[in-house]
Design a protein around this ligand. Structure first.
Ligand code: 13P
Length: 236
């Protein structure tokens, strides 16, 4: 994993029009060029191509990621977006987010298929782990994940810590750090693990100061560009 750390991932979820995304990029991109770490923006799928073109024009270090991909290769799967279609547009993709599991009934098997396709297409998976039990099947059935753990960005993101209506409820940084360490122990090597859940400018330092936490996956606090710029400053 060669990404400079800390790694900050802005997950817009199903928020923002193209005009709003474009304005956010104009505000945040210059700061990313001064930042020693890595910033990855994950907008909704329809805007990835336009965001990619805009970032090229701006010559920005800001990276791009998808919020999900299809578990199938390119083919007759209406509504899906395959990893091979995204290959030239973004370098990262979030998979296994707890909201995909909760609202779209995704399971460990789906996640394993997606990680496999991402790796085949040279897109770095940002693999969310909402419960460490999920790792059992990744170790037993998902040889792809076990054997390629060094090519994956893991995220420890307990669903109970995800903000609700701007109500921040973060995990205790000490507990997050222990869980991140446990992920490395399970994969038998020092893997890159981020923390996600109610990160904001007030608490980001407490997470980044932990030995096993390489960055953050941010939802609510990335939507407002000024707040996200504060997050970047506090992570420097
Ligand atoms: P919040 O930062 O809003 O808690 O969301 C976390 C998350 O789900 C990021 O993917």
């Amino acid at each position: 994993m060669n990404e400079p750390q800390p790694i900050l991932v802005a997950n817009f979820k199903a928020h923002k029009s193209w005009d709003e995304i474009s304005a956010w990029i104009e505000q945040v991109a210059p700061k990313c060029n001064e930042f020693a770490g890595t910033v990855i923006l994950c907008p909704s799928a329809p805007f990835l191509a336009a965001a990619h073109a805009k970032l090229q024009t701006l010559n920005s270090k800001l990276q791009l990621g998808a919020q999900d991909i299809s578990k199938f290769e390119e083919g007759p799967y209406t509504g899906e977006i395959s990893a091979s279609q995204l290959k030239r547009i973004c370098q990262y993709a979030i998979v296994g987010h707890s909201e995909r599991r909760k609202y779209f009934a995704e399971g460990d098997g789906d996640v394993i298929q997606k990680v496999d396709l991402l790796l085949k297409n040279e897109i770095t998976p940002i693999l969310c782990v909402s419960d460490l039990k999920q790792l059992d099947s990744y170790v037993k059935e998902g040889k792809t994940i076990y054997d390629n753990a060094e090519k994956i960005i893991f995220v420890y993101e307990p669903p109970s810590a995800i903000s609700k209506d701007r109500d921040y409820r973060p995990e205790d940084p000490q507990v997050a750090d222990q869980n991140a360490a446990e992920i490395s122990r399970i994969f038998n090597q020092n893997v890159v693990t981020l923390y996600g859940g109610s990160i904001n400018p007030e608490n980001i330092k407490a997470f980044l100061s932990k030995e096993n936490i390489a960055g953050g996956l941010v939802g609510q606090a990335c939507l407002d560009a000024d707040t996200f710029l504060q997050l970047i400053s506090k992570s420097a």
